[in-house]
Design a binder for this molecule. Sequence first.
Ligand code: FAD
Length: 425
Amino acid sequence: MKHTYDVIVIGSGPGGLAAAIAAKENGAGDVLIIERDIELGGILVQCIHNGFGLEIFDEDMPGPTYAQHFIEKARGTGVDTLMDTMVLDITPDRTVYAINKSQGYIQLVARAIVLAMGCRERTRAQILLPGSRPAGVYTAGTAQRFVNVEGRMPGEQFVILGSGDIGMIMARRLTIEGAKVKRVLEIMPYLTGLTRNYVQCLLDYGITLQKQRTVNRIIGRDRVEAIEAVSVDESWNPIPGTKEVIPCDSLLLSVGLIPENELSKKAGVLLDPVTNGPYVDDRFMTNVPGIFAAGNVVHVYDLVDWVTEAGYVAGKGAAQFAQAEAIPEGKQVALEAGENVRYVVPHKLTKASLAEELVRLQMRAVTPIEERVLVTVEDQDGEVIAKKGEPYARPGEIISLTIKPKSFEAVQKAVKLTVNVRKRK
Ligand SMILES: Cc1cc2nc3c(=O)[nH]c(=O)nc-3n(C[C@H](O)[C@H](O)[C@H](O)COP(=O)(O)OP(=O)(O)OC[C@H]3O[C@@H](n4cnc5c(N)ncnc54)[C@H](O)[C@@H]3O)c2cc1C
């Protein structure tokens, strides 16, 4: 096996596949994807529902179909793959240490790396859920894998905690497979997933969502027998007199995703405490030269199409870096989260690159605004550089805004840029 690659991509989900394809298309010689699973495609392999590809293909596809398109493209462009191989460590000088059954411990060197390790689900321990510790408590993604990949039902009577997308999608899936989903409980006063999933997965199947309500206690010794639900106030304190015991044999947790960045930290990549992903510029390069990141490892995306787009940008940057051992730095300007914005990605705009192509900003609102909003990018003097109207702003749905090359002059003069989401006057 060759030991030096132009670009090594870690992870073969939509972010990694797009990055590898783009690296090849932009002149990188040897490009390798390392994947710990036995199949390419990442999380999409288990997402057999439709709802993928609406933005890129204008088509409503199941996850595996969407993935297959890019798997074939990667194979067609000559991307190498190393499957069933776990990356254990990366260094700032871009040495990659991995392990697999046939070759044992492997050491590879890359001129550029793209981190595309996706994210993982929050577990019971991370939300400090009290009660006994019986079998029957699963994360929604684990249950999804059981049903869609292993062909096994994890239970018969479910309560789902959290209104994230995976939980709502699983509420529908389990109902189709004959289980009873008794309730979806959400601690926040608003939905945390996409509205379309609420309509298509809960409303259409008569499944009740209760907001500002959570699991107070899990009941059962060997197997879950019931959960105790309770309403909470704004500070998440239980409201007296609102407890209800709901008999069930399984509890699914859909309580958030965390970008998978243990490897990134080992390589010296700095993480944004709000996104839990790397600080990146508009080419998705991290603070470590030559190490790029794409997809859910950067921040948790709601739509796969934007993951693919980010993968293309990161892969192109990685190819340029691999060929030049650097990319023209250019002056950079910081992008900051302003009014009602929790975070914005990328964190920095490279002034020079904006002259060539548009840059997509992605952000999440802090609190919902259920009326028309104006999203603005403003310079230090409040001058509007880019803007966009939206019918509403909801924390569960990413807001996307592009800065076009025509704003190049204005960005050249800016010292910092702030992104705001305000009610439209
Ligand atoms: C349940 C669910 C439902 C969704 N539904 C929709 C939908 O309907 N429509 C839509 O547009 N989007 C949907 N999404 C969102 C979209 O699927 C994700 O945003 C996208 O798949 C993320 O891609 P990724 O490449 O960043 O990560 P992933 O697809 O998670 O891929 C990461 C890969 O990295 C590998 N990896 C991690 N660490 C290592 C390591 N150390 N060594 C080697 N390999 C490693 C993993 O095995 C994995 O294959 C859904 C997501 C989920 C989880």
